[in-house]
Ligand binder design. Structure first.
Ligand SMILES: NCCCC[C@H](N)C(=O)NCC(=O)O
Length: 464
């Protein structure tokens, strides 16, 4: 009996380390500290990205540029990012997320430093160059932010984690909207706010170094886990990305037009249709981001608890459609709040979409290709961000005299209908292909292949 006891004790001691992965930091509370560093990684980028728009008249005055030239600050950011995040994601899969975090954070700081310096010395071409370099790092940094997070958070907490990153990021946008005009009114100069943006980018870089150290420490504790050569990403692997993934990318392109492109014109929209001053309109357009900052983690937690990511994606696309239908039906009025209430629905839809759509990528691509997956979806999003404002600008220019914003709203409705359609197609595909977006199962094509082989084999055996 005593012998048996000591034998079972020995067994427990031998087995325990395998059962309880105490050396795996991703299974401990340390993962929340990692999440904090991951959330702050893009904080500087979110803050500095929106700075020119808040200080538009002052920057235009200082550089003696018109609004067309001013828009270059945004086009040189978005246009290259129609392609670049794909390479950034691929680079991150090939050379590792840590190196990518460091390189892209440096580019963000370098770009913002050049931009702030250019505005200080009043040089427009150097400012454009600064925004270009800032853009090279900015979107790619957010790609790695998502990729590395999928290595630390399992399917059960993934949407909450993505919700948190969007919440902190959009908090950066809101803080920018509030602080920049105050910096300007207290110092009388635009440059202070731009150098402050650089300070936040450097802070994000420093906190990013902690993230890198934590990730190295995690791998050291786990021991060497070399990727098998079959698990290394090759460009040709993209051909095998499934239909669901491409549907999600298309869906991201259109749904983000309904939110971010609309937000970029919302100030003038509220001034023209509802007779608000530019300051009042500024408060209104912050609603979408404030709601997103507050609700993204909450909807993320709900999606983690309930699964059914596809329902959330579909419902949020539907909410975009409802918002733009309400906008087209809403009569012009003097300082009425209905438009503002509609922005709350937009912010809710955005919170649901942001936390569940980004969190769905690991359910559709293999983990070794996650960076490339995030890169492609981000490239799709930037394609929407590049073409959306051009189309809206052209429609507005051609139709505003006779029809006001009616045709612009019609455009958003058509885009939202495409969003609902692609979400439905994704839903149908998912039902027939393992229901990963229903049960929140991490994607593993090798397991799928072997399951299919198994199925084929049992069918063959049954026939024979
Ligand atoms: N330039 C601001 C950062 C944007 C990062 C990224 N492309 C993104 O959109 N993340 C999700 C979001 O909803 O902000």
């Amino acid at each position: 009996m005593a012998n048996e006891d000591s034998e079972s004790q020995q067994l427990t001691i031998e087995i325990q380390p395998k059962l309880v992965p105490i050396h795996d930091l991703t299974q401990t509370k340390w993962r929340y500290l990692f999440l904090f560093f991951d959330c702050t990684l893009c904080l500087g980028n979110y803050f500095a990205y929106d700075t020119p728009s808040v200080l538009q008249p002052e920057i235009m005055d200082r550089l003696h540029i018109n609004s067309f030239e001013f828009n270059w600050f945004y086009s040189v950011y978005s246009f290259p990012n129609m392609i670049l995040p794909f390479f950034g994601g691929f680079l991150s899969d090939t050379f590792g997320s840590r190196l990518a975090v460091f390189i892209f954070s440096l580019l963000v700081c370098f770009g913002q430093a050049i931009f702030a310096l250019a505005i200080t010395i009043e040089s427009f071409p150097i400012a454009v160059l600064g925004r270009f370099i800032f853009g090279l790092g900015g979107e790619n940094l957010c790609v790695v932010q998502g990729t590395i997070l999928a290595e630390w958070f399992t399917g059960k907490e993934l949407s909450m984690a993505y919700g948190m990153t969007i919440s902190i990021g959009r908090l950066g946008s809101v803080i920018n909207n509030i602080l920049e005009p105050q910096f300007y009114s207290s110092t009388g100069s635009v440059v202070f706010g731009l150098w402050f943006g650089l300070f936040l980018c450097i802070l994000s870089l420093i906190l990013g170094l902690f993230l890198i150290f934590m990730d190295i420490h995690k791998d050291t504790l786990l021991g060497p886990s070399k990727k098998k050569s079959s698990e290394k990403i090759k460009i040709s692997d993209i051909k095998s990305f499934n239909f669901g993934f491409w549907m999600l990318s298309g869906n991201c392109l259109v749904v983000y037009i309904c939110v971010l492109t609309f937000n970029s014109i919302a100030s003038l929209y509220f001034q023209t249709r509802f007779n608000f001053s530019s300051i009042e309109a500024g408060y209104f357009i912050s609603i979408t981001y404030i709601v997103a900052a507050l609700f993204s983690p909450i909807f993320g937690i709900l999606a983690d608890r309930l699964g059914r990511h596809i329902y959330w994606i579909f419902s949020s696309a539907l909410m975009m459609l409802i918002v733009h239908v309400i906008f087209i039906l809403l009569p012009d009025c003097d300082k009425c709040i209905w438009g503002g209430l509609n922005l709350i629905i937009l912010g809710m839809g955005y919170s649901i979409y942001g936390s569940t759509m980004w969190g769905s990528i690991p359910f559709l691509v293999d983990s070794y290709a996650a960076g490339t997956g995030f890169g492609i979806v981000t490239a799709a999003q930037n394609t929407g961000m590049t073409i959306g404002p051009i189309i809206v600008g052209a429609i507005h220019y051609k139709t505003e005299h006779q029809y006001g914003y009616t045709y612009v709203s019609l455009f958003f409705i058509i885009v939202a209908v495409i969003g609902v359609t692609t979400a439905s197609m994704l839903w149908v595909w998912d039902r027939k292909n393992g229901q990963h977006l229903f049960t929140a199962k991490i994607y593993d094509s090798s397991r799928l292949e072997s399951a299919n082989e198994q199925e084929d084999l049992s069918k063959t055996l049954a026939i024979n």
